[in-house]
Design a binder for this molecule. Structure first.
Ligand code: FAD
Length: 814
């Protein structure tokens, strides 16, 4: 096998569209010494049979940026490589059959405008003009994206492969990677086999682009890649006379998409309950395989299709296609370096949008590998969000049967997964359930999102308007502001950092000053070299050599990976202790009165001021009381050993009866923190957001000495801010903000809301969002007229750079 070198700068595993795109983009960055190995033939996994829909608009700015990049690249690829890609910008139409769906697609249209994607709301009669074959009798609204398109997926992959080869990459077919070798916790090479021949390639970098094989391949090295294949269906009719050139059509309310191709019509399905496939593994000889047709499963979609497009009734069926594709627990793909193994990168799990995603994903991953830092915020698809337990196949089987259909489901705010629940539970779960908790799931954790009243239905009724728990949240929110509320935040990630060098190590990683007395708690960020925020956390000092970092449950793996990656010979031990302690947050102006009823300790400002902790007796147990808050009130986070959590909960509950103690859920935590303008990682602050522009300069101590990101902080201080995180409140009390609504400044869209909720104390919807402001003073920024565009309608908004709730932080120091 002379084609296969003994050494390469990177080895890409898998020759589908994902692997070809990574190879193409690495080669474009000058990485010519790379090899792509494909076990059979290029595209022979999932890529060859994709429908080839290229829709640019995705749920967030950066995902749209990537999809748009793909569309632009695919338009140019044919001229560059000479491979006909079939890319045609025929446009796309999405129609709504319900008012709720219309609201959703109109919201998407506002978002598209904010992201510079060409879009137009169109009436049912305009749909009919563009799509004469369509039954529009029950269509209530539609949007048209003229630059969306369709392509020939296999040829897109072939063109990317050719582009990579032209730049020096080696692409070898019929060679299977049998093993990834490691040395000192890093990738050191791969073994390959071809027929009877075997060999190894030394390399520091592998990229797992193995599609539905990726989970199993990763697991062999202890790498978590939770994905599983599902059967995915479409049919293609015989040629239909006079069909003409048509835009791609999506009818999400009927789980269907339509594509005209070579005079035939394709109808594809995203049915609500899908069929997981390959539970016992994938046959060794799988290559351009199809799965058996299942007309019974497809029939409900076809029936709706015939009503929607009556000509389907008489058009003969040319092909009934069923092929496997990988799906993930949250319907988002995986990109980035695996937290478990240095040099092991992943680009897989594309949830039926791998063609449109891979162009951009390959570009972003290549840049990430090249620079060692993500080129912009990719947290949504970052492999570090995967939880180790999610490798479990029973879990995956149950969950992916739901995620396939979610692509076309109503994307209501607060929508919860219905399948594969109850895997991670707090020791208080049954207590909360008995008291009316309605749970949501994050990272496998069941968390009380709101509490139903006695006799009230314990289910979400989803809507774009006020949902059925709005008044419950209001009562909880006002209890926190005026009385006392109790939250179960056991899902917090807890990381112990111990050892002789732990202080010096934390000083290097954190922007705030960690050299505080034992007994103190420091709010800080960990920054990257660009001053972007990699992590938002509190660090509690237990002793001269022991600290506890507390992070959001969903970022735990990411934060652990960041900590471990930055150990460089120091004597420091990092341990995930998340499961060892429950966290009960007692918050509100009456919290001191309440805690003093269950604990003999002194909770005065003298003994336990804001930002300190003490060990306390509580009930008949022991806990650590941390005087910090995420809701902007006097309060304590109580860290209780999990074995004593139920006891402490019962003691607090008994003592709280006279004080009107209210159990509160995560929705209230969120509405309270946005009133106080506290930032949330992943929404308001990401690795792309500079810590000073995020308004967190107060937690950066550049005078303490060097730390990662310090130079970028100093540079930004000199250059001035290019954007600022602003808090908004809608002046009308009715409309709601969730996320991603367009910010309009003096009549022009300038950004999007990064997180929103309802300010029950402030009396209107509230949100945070960045406003560009190069060379502007605070007064300039606030001097403008602001509106927020929601589903095409604009609403006046008040703007502030200081928290609208308790701007002088008097409440937390009561
Ligand atoms: C019916 C259907 C319709 C679809 N329609 C669309 C659409 O309209 N738009 C869209 O964007 N997406 C669509 N998709 C999704 C899209 O096809 C996939 O997301 C995409 O092809 C995934 O590409 P991939 O490279 O990750 O996986 P694959 O194409 O499966 O590539 C993985 C490759 O890795 C190889 N491999 C595995 N293990 C090894 C090993 N150990 N050594 C070497 N090689 C290995 C495999 O042989 C395989 O070729 C559709 C999918 C289906 C099933």
């Amino acid at each position: 096998m002379t084609e296969i070198p003994a050494r390469a700068r990177a080895v890409i595993i898998g020759g589908g569209v994902s692997g070809c795109s990574v190879a193409y983009h690495l080669a474009k960055l000058g990485w010519t010494d790379i090899v792509l190995l494909e076990r059979k033939q290029l595209t022979s996994g999932t890529t060859w049979h994709a429908a080839g829909l290229i829709g640019q608009l995705r749920a967030s700015q950066n995902m749209t940026r990537l999809a748009k990049y793909s569309a632009d690249l695919y338009v140019k690829l044919e001229a560059e490589t000479g491979v006909a890609t079939g890319m045609r910008q025929v446009g796309s139409i999405t129609v709504a059959l319900t008012e709720e769906r219309k609201h959703e697609i109109y919201r998407q249209a506002s978002l598209a405008r904010a992201f510079n994607v060409d879009v137009r709301e169109i009436s049912p009669s305009e749909v009919k003009e563009m799509y004469p074959h369509l039954n529009v009798s029950d269509v209530v609204g539609a949007v048209h994206l003229p630059l969306d398109g369709q392509c020939d997926p296999a040829n897109i992959a072939m063109a990317l492969a050719k582009g990579a080869r032209q730049r020096g990459a080696r692409i070898v077919e019929n060679v299977k990677v049998t093993k990834v070798h490691t040395q000192n916790g890093r990738v050191s090479g791969v073994s390959w086999a071809q027929g009877g021949e075997q060999g190894t390639i030394e390399t520091d970098i592998v990229v797992n682009c193995a599609g539905m094989w990726a989970r199993e391949l990763g697991a062999r090295n202890g790498v978590t890649i939770p994905l599983h294949a599902c059967e995915h269906f479409y049919l293609v009719t015989e040629a239909i006379k006079g069909l003409g050139r048509l835009p791609v059509l999506r009818v999400p309310d009927e789980c269907a998409y339509y594509k005209e191709d070579a005079g035939k019509m394709m109808l594809g399905a995203f049915e609500p309950v899908a069929k997981p496939w390959g539970m016992d593994g994938i046959r060794e000889d799988f290559c351009f395989d199809q799965l058996p047709e299942d007309m019974d499963h497809f029939a409900p979609i076809l029936e709706m299709g015939v009503n929607r497009m009556p000509m389907l009734e008489t058009a003969g069926i040319h092909t009934f296609f069923n092929g496997p594709e990988s799906f993930t627990p949250d319907d988002r793909y995986y990109l980035g370096e695996a937290p478990e193994l240095g040099g092991y990168w992943v680009a897989a799990g594309y949830n039926s949008i791998g063609i449109v995603s891979s162009g951009g994903a390959g570009m972003a991953l290549a840049q990430w590998i090249h620079d060692g830092e993500a080129p912009f915020d990719l947290w949504e698809v970052d492999i570090r969000r995967a939880q180790p337990f999610q490798k479990n196949r029973s879990y995956l089987k149950e969950r992916v049967s739901e995620t396939l259909g979610l692509l076309y489901a109503d994307h209501f705010p607060y929508r919860q997964m219905a399948s594969a629940r109850n895997v991670r539970r707090s020791p208080l779960h049954e207590h909360l359930k008995a008291r009316g908790a309605v749970f949501g799931e994050v990272a496998g954790w069941e968390r009380a999102n709101w509490f139903a009243r006695e006799g009230q239905e314990r289910e979400y009724r989803y809507s774009w308007k006020r949902q059925n728990w709005f008044d419950n949240q209001r009562e909880e929110h006002l209890a926190v502001r005026n009385g006392v509320g109790l939250f179960d935040m056991t899902s917090f990630g807890k990381i112990r950092i111990e050892g002789r060098d732990s202080l010096a190590y934390l000083q290097r990683l954190c922007a705030n000053d960690m050299d505080v007395e034992p007994g103190r708690i420091v709010y800080t960020q960990m920054l990257n070299q660009r001053g972007g925020i990699e992590s938002d956390l509190t660090v509690t000092r237990f002793s001269p050599t022991a600290f506890l970092a507390v992070v959001p449950g969903v970022t735990l793996q990411r934060d652990l990976a960041w900590f471990r990656k930055h150990l460089s010979g120091e004597f420091v031990v990092i341990t995930d202790v998340t499961a060892s302690e429950s966290v009960l947050c007692l918050m509100g102006p009456k919290s001191r009165e309440l805690i003093q009823k269950v604990s003999p300790n002194d909770f005065s400002n003298d003994k336990n001021p804001f930002g300190t902790w003490q060990e306390i007796e509580i009930g008949m147990g022991l806990a650590r009381a941390h005087r910090v808050t995420y809701v902007g009130e006097l309060g304590w986070e109580l860290y209780v050993p999990t074995d004593q959590a139920a006891h402490v909960f019962e003691a607090i509950e008994d003592a709280g009866r006279d004080l009107g103690l209210k159990l509160c859920g995560l929705h209230t935590l969120d509405s309270c923190r946005i009133e106080k303008a506290f930032r949330h990682f992943g929404h308001d602050i990401t690795d792309e957001d500079h810590v000073l522009e995020a308004g967190l300069g107060f937690a950066v101590k550049s005078g303490k000495g060097d730390f990662i990101g310090r130079d970028a902080v100093l540079r930004k201080r000199d250059a001035g801010l290019g954007r600022r995180l602003v808090q908004f409140r809608l002046t009308k009390p009715e409309p709601l903000l969730f996320h991603n609504e367009a910010i309009v400044r003096d009549g022009k869209i300038v950004g999007t809301i990064t997180s929103g909720n309802y300010g029950h104390h402030l009396g209107g919807a509230i949100g945070l969002g960045y406003v560009p402001c190069t060379n502007e003073t605070e007064a300039d920024v606030l001097g403008s007229h602001y509106e927020i565009e929601i589903a095409g309608e604009r609403f006046a908004a008040e703007a502030s750079l200081k928290p609208m709730y308790d701007p002088r932080a008097e409440r937390v120091r009561m």
